[in-house]
Design a protein around this ligand. Structure first.
Ligand code: ASP
Ligand code: MG
Length: 423
């Protein structure tokens, strides 16, 4: 029986956290466990800053590199004090490669440069953790996910070649289980046919775990989190959250689609297709129940709240007084897709089309500038997007207190509103 464990950044954020992962593996790993690991703590964000420093000349890239290197080195020193261990050579090699990459002027597109650099966070984390586990008699083999998950060259959002990846997982991963109980690999990254690194989208390690489960017909996937399971609201914004013990695949897809961040949206489909249950459990209290996503009759009956901040509401109006219809809509969506902007909510009237999107400073100003050739673009920022599943009027009234509701939309189960704080 194969199972897949996924450990995210928070679960490996420092040496103590890695020791906790080791104890979870001691207690819960069975023979044939695939362990998928993300970059440590906030490393991915730091690597993004490094890329921006390098590509957009926003600061000094080597300073970012030093910060990242020192943080990892201190974790490694604590876990493996013997600096003659092979892992120190692997560690240095990753940084030598990184240094080379940023010494020259950028030669690829931003997205391609991004992937070559940002994906190193996962390689670093897994090198350190795999070596540490071996020193703790938790026998494991380190595998490079770039040789397992094959993607096209859509950088930062690599599209997985299922057939090729399936074949690679069968021939390169599965045979290890004949001799060793644990295989450890990176989440989030893949490789192209030309051996470039790709990433699967931010927070994409869950998706890697789901893919590996799918390719190996695993019995289950467990995502180890810093929360007790899937909650009905983000504790960052809401006081009285409740754990949802059991979810259907459908409910999980919808919640993640609207922005519940505990599971990456792409994770569910591959698992649903093979009916593989997904457990979300706390790495702090590993013996607690957690939540399970599986084929069940039980639809969620409690109210869930999904809150997105740092949004911008754009109102797009044709300059030529044509109506908002097929032609304008398809032109607008072409621009959205070109600038890689995802729509979180949309609404149209005869002469105006409104969209609520993440206010990404690297994308939105370019999008607006381009749209302005043919459209008058009005915008409102910062705004918040609130999605309520299983709503009632009292809840809506309460949540929109002291807010100006700019647009709202309701269907049978879901209510959404774009709001601005009243000052
Ligand atoms: N390290 C990557 C990120 O932070 C992937 C992941 O955490 O799933 O986006
Ligand atoms: Mg992460």
């Amino acid at each position: 029986m194969i199972q897949v464990f996924k450990f995210g950044g928070a679960s490996v954020k420092d040496a103590e956290a890695v020791k906790n992962v080791a104890s979870i593996l001691k207690n819960y790993a069975t023979s044939s466990t695939i362990v998928v690991v993300s970059a440590m703590g906030k490393t991915t964000n730091q690597l993004e800053q490094l890329v921006n420093a390098f590509f957009y000349k926003e600061g000094n890239p080597t300073e970012h590199l030093e910060t990242i290197k020192q943080a990892h080195l201190s974790i490694l020193n604590t876990l493996i004090p013997d600096t003659k261990h092979q892992v120190y050579i692997d560690f240095e090699n990753i940084f030598v490669e990184l240094l080379w990459a940023i010494e020259e002027e950028p030669s690829f597109s931003y997205n391609q440069e991004y992937d070559q650099i940002v994906g190193l966070g996962e390689l670093l984390a897994t090198k350190i953790i795999s070596a540490y586990l071996n020193t703790q008699a938790i026998a494991n083999t380190w595998l490079d996910a770039r040789g397992l998950i094959q993607t096209d060259n859509t950088y930062r959002e690599g599209k997985v070649d299922y057939e090729l990846s399936q074949a690679l997982v069968s021939s390169q991963l599965l045979p290890h289980f004949k001799t060793i109980p644990i295989v450890i690999t990176q989440g989030f990254i893949g490789g192209t046919s030309e051996n470039y690194m790709t990433t699967l989208g931010r927070e994409g390690s869950d998706y890697t775990a789901a893919l590996l489960a799918y390719f190996t017909n695993a019995a289950k996937v467990t995502i180890w989190k810093d929360v007790p399971g899937v909650l009905n609201a983000d504790p960052k914004y809401f006081k009285n959250t409740r754990k949802i013990d059991e979810l259907t695949y459908q409910d999980a897809i919808e919640l993640t689609y609207y922005g519940v961040s505990v599971i990456h949206p792409k994770t569910i489909k591959p698992l649903q297709n093979k009916n593989i249950p997904l457990y979300v459990k706390s790495f702090l209290n590993p013996s607690d129940e957690g939540s399970v996503v599986k084929d069940t009759e039980k639809r969620i009956s409690i109210t869930s709240y999904i809150f997105k901040v740092n949004q911008i509401l754009l109102s797009i109006q044709p300059k030529d007084f044509s109506f908002i219809a097929e032609e304008n809509l398809s032109a607008i969506f072409k621009h959205l897709s070109h600038f890689d902007v995802q729509v979180n909510m949309m609404q149209n009237s005869a002469i105006s089309f409104s969209i609520c999107v993440d206010n990404d400073v690297h994308k939105i100003p370019h999008l607006i500038q381009t749209l302005q050739y043919d459209y008058k673009v009005l915008y409102n920022e910062p705004v918040e997007l609130m999605t309520i599943r299983n709503y009632d009027q009292d809840i809506i009234t309460k949540l929109s207190e002291n807010k100006l509701v700019l647009i709202e939309q309701r269907s049978r189960y879901t209510h959404q509103m774009v709001m601005k704080a009243l000052d």
